[in-house]
Write a protein that binds this ligand. Sequence first.
Ligand code: 6R9
Length: 698
Amino acid sequence: GRLQSAASEAELTKIQQVEAHFQQETQAVSAGQYVVEDAEHTLVEPSDEFRKTALIPSLEKYDALYKESVKDPDAFWSRIASEFYWKEKWEVNDGKIHTENFDIREGPIKVEWFKGGKTNICYNALDRHVEAGRASDIAMYWEGNEPGYDSTVTFGQLLELVCQVANYLRSLGVKKGDAVVIYMPMLVELPVAMLACARIGAIHSVVFAGFSADSLAQRILDCKPKVVLTANGVMRGAKLINLKSIVDDALAQTKKQGHAVETCLVYGNEVATKKEETAWVGERDVWWQDVIPSQASRSEVEWVDAEDPLFLLYTSGSTGKPKGVLHTTGGYMVYTATTFKHAFDYRPGDIYWCTADCGWITGHSYLTYGPLLNGATVVNFEGVPTYPDAGRCWEIVDKYKVTIFYTAPTAIRSLMRAGDEPVKKHSRKSLRMLGSVGEPINPAAWKWYYEVVGDSRCPISDTWWQTETGGFMITPVPGAFALKPGSATFPFFGVQPAIVDENGKELEGECSGYLCIKASWPSAFRTLFGDHSRYETTYFAPFKGFYFSGDGCHRDKDGYYWLTGRVDDVINVSGHRIGSAEVESALVLHPQCAEAAVVGYDHDVKGQGIYAFVTLVEGVDYSEELRKALVAKVRSQIGPFAAPDVIHWAPGLPKTRSGKIMRRILRKIAANQIDELGDVSTLADPGVVEQLIELKGK
Ligand code: 6R9
């Protein structure tokens, strides 16, 4: 049918698993119990105990560093960069270590940091610590999907593994500047593969192992790797995913279209699939276990320029063609390490767990590079937060004595639905810091996270950033100032946000508008792979002189930043600008509403009307009475002008594999443009769309 898509087994994602799990849950808690009456006026101070040991323990200290970082970014960042190992120092021209043009009227957009400097990010993440006598310290705890499957890897062991893979890639002729595609599940071997590429100067392009064969083929055709790394299979929750057959399909497609991948290196993951049951293309496929362990465990470092590419990561844009976001080496290294350290108040001894997959930017910057550059011990979890039950996360926290836990609001809301019981069953006393990323966190979810998960003891760093920014842009520095539930607080060092109006005029003080950045920061992306003009027109043409984030933002009277969602999600109702996130936040305050997604649609009188899709708490039936109550909730929370015109009951919402709601699709359903839905194959579960269409008007 019209909506039939190429959804395969592999398209089942973590998010879907979470949803499936909760269909079996009977006990449900509602966000309504965690109302934050006035988030903008709710200040949550760090405890005296937290502040006592914090790296940046006061607002004065943050202010002083921030001022320096924007007044003299070159001095600020070169001081920090000097803490890393550089084979050769970067060039300094007139005291400057960076050049930039952020203004399209002045010529091509260009950003460079530490140019002329020779370094290697793998060396800085591994060798440097080993040489400092930390070879037997733990770099990574790997926790498998199935409880009881785990392993521990020291810095020394991780370095040896990386060297073996680096040597093998070299033996295939992979050299500096070549692209390597990695399509692997969350085994230790995934970050190992990334670091091995970095070691030899190859450009890794990780494709999340939940993308379909078509999407994988599209990415391979764009960057044309000689080698693809994968695993034969993986278990996600109770589901087997046959990765190798997806890769086979993708590689057959690329071959037909003129790009034949020479070698496919396959990690035999026997927990999921037997080797003898794995389809094989003799002249192309090689078992990891047959070639890697026999490699030498030392491997020379390829010293690269700070501006040599480190990786490509594809992300979706407003058009169908994915954008290959390109990051370079030096600035990315310095910035991800520094943001990690300060946003999480990291110090040696911390055990850090980030639930992201390496297939996304968070898994690059804050599961792999940022923490390892700091010599941190990371937890790498293969499974889903709710398998085998909703207590899994807290069980893992206790098992490894996790001190810093970093996850996404969608996971928090899902866990919240299972109630407090599974959380409280576990001690969690090792936790001292929490983090959130990926979308605005509604104040009620923030409060639940803070009070129930963190026992009102752990600050939450709500980190706003993007694939394009490489690292945190607006984030708490948790010992320095009070938090507000749902606010990402203030810019990180060196970041100069600007909120502009539709004419590109920068607004002052308390205001709402489009979030831009005025000047470059070290980990800014340098281009879109193979399409510099798309880079310029997408990000630098809309508001001349600025990088445009695509997000809406409010700055309150205290200077706190509140991200309101993608700008195309901001709804203008009778001249009132309403963030879809605000309406969603209000809706989920109703005790029977579990999740909401709000979009705008054309309205004869108001310009735009508000159309709300709502998922109810398990066991609750949708009714006219409930519809009225939901509308009343929004009226009372925000104001009558924000009252949804339509409430659409949604047993499931269309989400990407990273858990983002695809509003593009919701907007089409709201607008009755069912024939223009476009590609739904990138959804975690394309079936929800059919279901939503059936429920329209009911
Ligand atoms: C890191 C990541 C980027 C978009 C971004 C924004 C949203 C991310 C957020 C947030 C509010 C936060 N976003 N973090 N919105 N508060 N803390 O998610 O990168 O996948 O490229 O998405 O995600 O809309 O523009 P990416």
